[in-house]
Design a protein around this ligand. Sequence first.
Ligand code: 5GP
Length: 122
Amino acid sequence: MAYAYDTSNIFARILRGEIPNSTVLETEHSLAFRDIAPQAPDHVLVIPKGPYVTYDHFCAAASDAEIVDFARAVARVCAALGVEENGYRAITNAGTHGVQEVPHFHMHIVAGRPMGRMLEQS
Ligand code: 5GP
């Protein structure tokens, strides 16, 4: 699948330093920051710095170094949030049916309360 990356999306602007963010972790290839509209006591977005639209795009097109860096960043964010005891939910939305708002691949790490069922009927 060929994804077209929109360089004007809000996370691209955060990466360019045009918009402030509440950084939790920054690595060579990844950035983690708090969601502006948290859905739980802890709600962190982990993003690659590269121009990937969705998770499958990232998994298909990113370098091994970027993928390892991202996975380790997720682990470090989980450790920083202290989720080992009570758990968390990792979510990544893609495209129209996934109801993706920002077209730069991101993983939501939400924690700090029970999350309820995985999907609601709509
Ligand atoms: P999506 O629906 O694309 O999976 O999630 C996008 C997320 O980005 C939402 O949870 C939304 O609150 C968050 N978001 C949108 N704009 C900003 C922003 O400017 N800064 C931060 N930190 N989060 C944002």
